[in-house]
Design a protein around this ligand. Structure first.
Ligand SMILES: NC(=O)C1=CN([C@@H]2O[C@H](COP(=O)(O)OP(=O)(O)OC[C@H]3O[C@@H](n4cnc5c(N)ncnc54)[C@H](O)[C@@H]3O)[C@@H](O)[C@H]2O)C=CC1
Ligand SMILES: CCCCCC(=O)CC\C=C/C=C/C=C/[C@@H](O)[C@@H](O)CCCC(=O)O
Length: 266
């Protein structure tokens, strides 16, 4: 997929990884709708992008992905403004083990909402032009964090949901690919949760386990992950693929097929 003239939606685009994904999309010729619950940061990001790429290339909508109504409204306004959407990146996420229902609402249900909405618009069956959905999971979608069980659960769920939807989309002939990005640790505000007892609750006592993983893996910059995001987005051969991103490089996860799981009689 060439990006020139394509229209992308990125959730959680005001800062961190979402902002870096939006920036690399803009650098490569796309128009980008920035959706985020943080109005102040979102407006400031939009202003910075306007100065660099021109006013007509970006839109900002205040949008909480945990509200079906608000999310749909922001998406519809984007379609009205740009005329179409070709790329949808479900990136918004939080770490909050105390308000765990909120974490599921944003990290999982927000991704499900965004995926369904994007498919409905992009699928060729409805006269759409096809496209790509990138769901941002985490390495915690493949390995677990004992210090963040709900975060882990949402990210595993995003991987499972996206893989199933990718196969469904291909089988239905929708013309929409769905892939997952699974980064290890990236220098963004989400990691502040590791210092906040009111975010981790009883799991705060295991924060050293997460910190140990961070020490082993190292910390990436958002721009490093954005480069890998772009590669995956442009690779038309990938559907249902989960790309792990670490400071040492990137690798697609080799999931076992159902008939490849070794079992012996009990
Ligand atoms: N930073 C890291 O080490 C890693 C982050 N991730 C994932 O990357 C994604 C982006 O996170 P980061 O950029 O790291 O964190 P961040 O905290 O810097 O950015 C998250 C963005 O999502 C927005 N957001 C939060 N709740 C929202 C909601 N209800 N509706 C709309 N927007 C909302 C925030 O306002 C913020 O702009 C998340 O899904 C996170 O789980 C995955 C692996 C590693
Ligand atoms: C509670 C805060 C979590 C916030 C954000 C994340 O999603 C962070 C990433 C989650 C899991 C990371 C696991 C990392 C494991 C590594 O130590 C190791 O398994 C990978 C080694 C990388 C390499 O091969 O170089």
């Amino acid at each position: 997929m060439a990006l020139d003239g394509k229209v992308a939606v990125v959730t959680g685009a005001a800062q961190g990884l979402g902002k870096a994904f939006a920036e690399i999309l803009l650098q490569n010729g796309a128009k980008v709708a920035l959706l985020d619950v943080n109005e102040k940061e979102g407006k400031s990001t939009k202003a910075a992008f306007e100065a660099e790429f021109g006013a007509s290339r970006t839109l900002f909508h205040v949008c909480d992905v945990s509200s079906e109504e608000v999310f749909k409204d922001a998406f519809q306004k984007t379609v009205q403004h740009f005329g179409r959407v070709d790329i949808f990146c479900n990136n918004a996420g939080i770490t909050n083990e105390v308000s765990w229902e909120k974490t599921i609402e944003i990290n999982l249900k927000g991704v499900v909402r965004g995926t369904y909405m994007a498919l409905e618009h992009m699928k060729t069956e409805n006269g759409g032009g096809g496209g790509v959905i990138i769901n941002v999971a985490s390495m915690a979608g493949v390995v677990h964090l004992a210090g963040a069980p709900i975060y882990t659960a949402t990210k595993h769920a995003v991987v499972g949901f996206s893989r199933a939807m990718a196969e469904f989309s291909a089988a239905a002939g929708y013309g929409v690919r769905i892939c997952m990005l699974c980064p290890a640790f990236v220098r963004t505000d989400i990691l502040n949760a590791l210092k906040e007892k009111d975010k981790l609750g009883e799991f705060f006592r295991l924060k050293h386990l997460t910190e140990n993983l961070l020490d082993v893996a190292g910390l990436m910059e958002t721009s490093d992950v954005a480069k890998v995001f772009l590669q995956m987005l442009l690779d038309d051969s990938k559907n249902g693929a989960a790309l792990l991103v670490t400071p040492r490089g990137a690798a697609y996860v080799d999931f076992p097929a159902a008939n490849e799981i070794p079992c012996s009689p009990l």
